[in-house]
Design a protein around this ligand. Structure first.
Ligand code: URP
Ligand code: ZN
Ligand code: ZN
Ligand code: ZN
Length: 481
């Protein structure tokens, strides 16, 4: 007797689309085929697609910001919104506070997540203070404990690392097998441009885009890739917004570098014109890198289609708009420089790619699965437990109704922000039923009882990282990997 049978659906994986039923026992897929037998519970998926649950490997939840700014989503609202958007796992960032260690940040962050998650979660680290203690002791131990990825910033006054510091982090990554993600924008150039704009009284939200030009992103992308090449490690370039930065990634790959590229819905759907809204409404679209123009949108779609991008993530980073602790904070109203960076989007990420990508014929269903789930699992060490439909994999599934049409309205979404950057966008296709660890957690759009039972998932090293020095030492003394 199975726990759950999903009947009559059209399944899609990274490679195939086929009709089959799925049998689940103890949270895991145990059979795929026809006439599988009896189960305690059955879901009828006829006329719908059964896909691996989405994995959003770039979200910000309850991340501390300075100057009284408060992120809109905690784990409860952030993961609930993710779940309704077809995701069963999200990967938020645990921020190291300057002068403190990684372990203390992690224990605080775990406490926030514990018991409050509708999806499974696994944390990346943000290294903001790469002291000898952090790089020499803490980080190597944490990689062993399953914290196998981390992000560094080349921008933001309070987070940016110098090139020397980034090299130190990359070198540690090479020794330990950790995977490094980089936010590529040239901070000094941006500071210079911000100063010039403020001196001219050009302080409206639109100036956020003009002070973060493509060249600042392209230059930093080139520099990050060069630093990784010097130390010889793979690299993830996150939230790429334009063709010139994509070209840096492709050039590095032609030199034989392992580079993972990520883009996000905002670079496919928004432009800098959106920041030009009336009476500060443009603040709703302030994120970094900023949305560019139509040509950049086309380039990013091209990158989605051609495989320049391995990952498509939301970079969900929600602040409320009409709130003195959010986009409309008093200093932000004086200058764009104080508008918190980031926009909500964890729930709309996949419906946008499904509608604009699959339904409009830009990508096929397997490519959708790759970009929404499989590659996230492979890149960050969750595969094959997650990211596919296979015997032995976690029963994390999103059942999509390809005929459902919706107009995106923030009122219908489940995050704790007060707007969506995609308000009014019409989409075709929506995830209606979500199964996580074999439990039906959203049933035809209704949250199931006991849905807030997502778990923390420790991870393996990325398969990209290759053998580490420790592994090599072990194998030369007869150890087996
Ligand atoms: O503007 C953005 N993207 N904020 C989130 C933090 C980051 O840089 O990813
Ligand atoms: Zn970033
Ligand atoms: Zn200007
Ligand atoms: Zn981000």
């Amino acid at each position: 007797m199975f726990d759950l049978l999903i009947r009559g659906g059209t399944l899609a994986t990274a490679s195939d689309v086929f009709q089959a039923d799925i049998a689940v026992k103890d949270g895991v897929i145990v059979q795929i085929g026809r006439d599988l037998g009896e189960a305690r519970n059955t879901v009828d998926a006829s006329g719908r697609y059964v896909l691996p649950g989405g994995i959003d490997s770039h979200v910000h939840i309850s991340q501390p910001s300075g100057e009284g700014i408060v992120m809109a989503d905690d784990f409860e609202s952030g993961t609930r919104s993710a779940l309704f958007g077809g995701n069963t796992t999200v990967m938020p960032f645990c921020l190291q506070r300057k002068g403190e260690g990684l372990r203390s940040a992690l224990s605080d962050y775990h406490a926030l997540a514990e018991g409050n998650c509708y999806t499974d979660v696994s944390f990346h680290l943000i290294v903001s203070d790469p002291s000898p203690q952090v790089l020499g002791q803490e980080l190597p131990a944490l990689v062993e404990d399953g914290y196998t990825s981390l992000k560094v910033f080349m921008t933001y006054e309070d987070l940016r690392l110098s090139d020397a510091e980034i090299l130190g982090v990359l070198d540690t990554a090479r020794r330990t097998g950790a995977l490094v993600m980089v936010h590529c924008e040239n901070e000094d150039a941006i500071r210079y441009l911000i100063g010039r704009h403020e001196a001219d009284g050009d302080v409206a939200p639109k100036a956020h885009a003009t002070t973060r030009p493509i060249a600042a992103e392209r230059e930093a992308t080139h520099r990050a890739l060069s630093l990784a090449e010097i130390v010889d490690v793979p690299l993830v370039i996150v939230h790429v917004s334009n063709r010139e930065s994509m070209e840096e990634i492709e050039r590095a790959r032609r030199r034989g570098r392992k580079v993972i590229g990520e883009t996000c819905p905002q670079y496919l759907m928004l432009t800098a014109e959106d920041l030009d809204g009336m009476d500060w409404e443009g603040a709703k679209f302030v994120c970094s890198p900023p949305p560019r123009d139509k040509a950049s949108q086309d380039a990013c779609w091209d990158g989605i289609e051609r495989g320049v991008f391995d990952l498509y993530s939301s970079d969900h980073c929600p602040f409320r708009y009409d709130d003195p602790a959010g986009k409309l904070n008093p200093k932000g109203r004086e200058s764009f420089r104080h508008i918190p960076n980031g926009i909500p989007g964890v729930e709309t990420r996949l419906p946008i790619l499904f509608s604009e990508g699959v339904m409009k014929g830009r990508i096929d269903l397997p490519r959708f699965v790759v970009l929404s789930s499989t590659n996230h699992a492979k890149t960050y060490g969750l595969y094959p437990k997650k990211g596919t439909i296979a015997i032995g994999a976690d029963a994390d599934l999103a059942i999509w109704d390809p005929a459902a049409t919706r107009t995106i309205r923030h009122a219908d979404l489940h995050d704790a922000s007060d707007y969506s950057p995609y308000e009014g966008l019409e989409v075709t296709g929506w995830p209606t039923t979500i199964i996580r660890g074999g439990a039906v957690v959203v049933d035809d759009g209704v949250l199931g009882e006991g849905a807030r039972t997502g778990r923390y998932v420790p991870r393996d090293r990325s398969s990209l990282a290759g053998p580490t020095e420790t592994d090599v030492e072990q194998s030369s003394t007869g150890g087996i990997r």
